[in-house]
Design a protein. Structure first.
Ligand SMILES: Cc1ncc(COP(=O)(O)O)c(C=O)c1O
Length: 381
């Protein structure tokens, strides 16, 4: 019987530190080689300690999605991009209240977000740079019409203390295998170069052009004009990233350590990692189909075919391996960011031993009760 990390209770996320360091170094080397600014998205790890490692290896700054992430990361970073529209005065005020030493940039795509942010920046008496977000194919946020983006950039330029800092886009629609991305990358290149030309002609030369994702990260240099890229998942990688060839199986640094709790039903084994440990995330980019919710590090052919909240059902139909009750396994999740977000703490391992642990400091929202509210005294629900 395998006796993996017997000191750790399961289910628990563990990170192979050798793999983690290799992932960090590989990205840093790629960025340096292509003279690209690496601005990692910290939503994957939500840990100031890991963010500090990314910065120590040359990252130009960090990317965050939530105000709480930015607050936590301002302990270790002096350059933060909030790649999420700060709509609403509460959110805008919170963003503008980040420590003054932080060079702050915000990506947005509407006059409403720009006006909210301008008001908050004025009240806080601080300059905030703005990236105008373009939709280059993902169809989530971002302006699809360049003239509208130019109009928004002008509005930002005229709304001191905001400053027009450049353009952002997210190629999240490109999730196919790395060597099958050509057609979509072609479209993206064309759309971006047209947009850049129009911005130049309008006298709005973007200082920065911020793009990038993990599925496209090793091809970022093939998109002329991009100055910085924002991969997040690459620090740990996951089953989806390996599936599309943006990393090797051996580059998956984070696994969920789990214990087999039942083998009573023939053809399957049940582990203590269910949807509250793994997340109910599909295998993205695999062209659909029923691919389960994760698979085993040592037996990739064994997938988690079903889940309850605290049970994960391993499909043993494609293996002769038969685990015993009590045996420990490591699951590579489909989407690692969700797994981290479900946990308070992550353990770092090297060889067969546990070396360290770190809290997932920026998980949650970090909401405070509104000023003056006293909900505790208002009675129990
Ligand atoms: C705006 C933005 N930038 C960058 C990223 C990082 O993408 P990935 O996790 O694929 O590296 C994300 C991921 O959700 C994102 O939403």
């Amino acid at each position: 019987m395998t006796d993996l990390f017997p000191d750790l209770e399961t289910p628990v996320p563990i990170v192979d530190l050798d793999r983690l360091e290799r992932n960090l170094d590989r990205a840093a080397r790629y960025a340096a080689e292509h003279r690209l600014g690496l601005r990692p998205h910290i939503k994957t790890h939500k840990s100031p300690r890991l963010a500090a490692e990314q910065l120590r290896r040359g990252a130009v700054g960090l990317t965050c999605a939530t105000p709480f992430e930015a607050e936590v990361m301002s302990d270790v970073a002096s350059d933060i991009l909030l790649a999420y529209p700060p709509v609403g005065t509460l959110r805008a005020r919170r963003v503008a209240s980040l420590p003054e030493n932080v060079r702050l940039t915000v990506a947005l795509d509407s006059a409403t977000a720009a006006d909210d942010l301008a008001g908050a920046a004025r009240a806080a008496e601080r300059t905030i740079a703005v990236y105008v977000e373009l939709d280059l194919g993902m169809h989530r946020v971002g302006l699809p019409v360049v003239d509208d983006a130019i109009a928004l950039a002008r509005r930002v330029r005229d709304a001191k203390p905001l400053a027009f800092g450049g353009i952002a886009f997210y190629p999240g629609h490109i999730r196919e295998a790395v060597d099958s991305q050509d057609a979509k990358l072609d479209n993206l290149r064309t759309a971006l170069s047209e947009a850049l030309e129009r911005f130049e002609r309008a006298g709005l030369s973007p200082r920065s052009v911020s793009g990038g994702s993990t599925p496209t990260m090793w091809r970022t240099h093939e998109i002329p004009g991009v100055t910085e890229f924002r991969p997040g998942t690459y620090i740990f990688n996951d089953r989806t990233t390996a599936e599309i060839g943006a990393c090797a199986w051996e580059d998956c640094a984070l696994t969920v350590l789990a214990t087999v709790v039942s083998t009573a039903v023939p053809g399957q084994a049940v582990i203590d990692a269910g949807s509250k440990a793994l997340g109910r995330e599909p295998l993205r980019g695999s062209g659909g189909g029923d691919d389960g919710f994760g698979s085993l590090l040592e037996h990739p052919e064994v997938v988690v075919k079903g889940m309850s909240e605290e049970h994960g059902v391993l499909d043993l139909s494609r293996t002769s391996w038969r685990p015993a009750v009590g045996e420990r396994v490591r699951v590579i999740p489909n989407h690692v960011c969700i797994v981290v977000h479900l946990n308070d703490v992550v353990f770092g391992t090297r060889g067969g031993g546990v070396e360290t642990s770190w809290p997932v400091t920026a998980r949650g929202r970090g909401y405070a009760a509104p000023l003056g509210a006293d909900y505790e005294r208002a009675g129990t629900p």
